[in-house]
Design a protein around this ligand. Sequence first.
Ligand code: SAM
Length: 282
Amino acid sequence: DAPRLLGPAQIRELAAEVGVRPTKTLGQNFVHDANTVRRIVTASGVGSQDVVLEVGPGLGSLTLALLGTAGRVVAIEIDPILAQRIPQTVAEYAPAQSADFDVVLADALQVTRDDLPVVPTALVANLPYNVSVPVLLHLLGLFPEIATALVMVQAEVADRLAAPPGSRTYGVPSVKARYHGRVTRAGAVGRNVFWPEPKVESGLVRIERTDDYPIDPVFRQTVFAVIDAAFAQRRKTMRSALAGWAGSPAEAERRLRAADIDPGIRGEKLDVDDFVRLARTV
Ligand code: SAM
């Protein structure tokens, strides 16, 4: 039996029952539109072979849709009231799938591999907007087994994540996400599918793991440190932007030349291949 999904009436009822007062600090905007959660699940491409990690199940809108398609769902929720309630919601709305569901009360930014009862193969989430990029990057780094991710983020962040080198919105999130995989926009979502309505439009982003770059977290940290330095002062040339990271302008210049990069170029023109080559000169 397929799970029942949550519409405006069910969200209102659940919110009243749980006594939830959505907070901005936790990015609590709950989806009350069944078509939107169906769309997210379809765009994610997850199937019965997948163990899906969901961040911030909230009242369960997306969780229930995922349980209809995925083999198993593990959710991380930071709000104790919501984490405590969600098993009951799953039991009521998706009784046939409730054995395939686990919730972990934790901060997704701090979570470690040992905190989850199972290793996820996919990430699907309507992310809390104030921490969407750090959460996404933390989880992609923590679980190389995550082969695909489909996340809803604010539209502007979706643009930045999927931006190609040289474009106006290209920056740290674009390069770091690309380190993990191929990043594409997967559609827009309006504000009226949420309760309460957020001030901004949303967008879907899909990441397909490519393993083009080393999984080793120590090497990745080196690459990410160069990326942070390169974009910290956007209008500087690499020669001066990387002086602090390299220890001196002369050493920055040496590393840039060793990586076959023009020291007079700006960070926004470089792609992840360039940053990986730079990290190898350390
Ligand atoms: N998935 C639900 C939906 O689509 O209706 C809720 C999405 S709401 C945008 C974000 C959810 O993430 C909230 O339930 C919030 O409590 C939770 N959250 C916020 N910060 C978190 C964090 N650092 N770790 C885990 N969950 C978090």
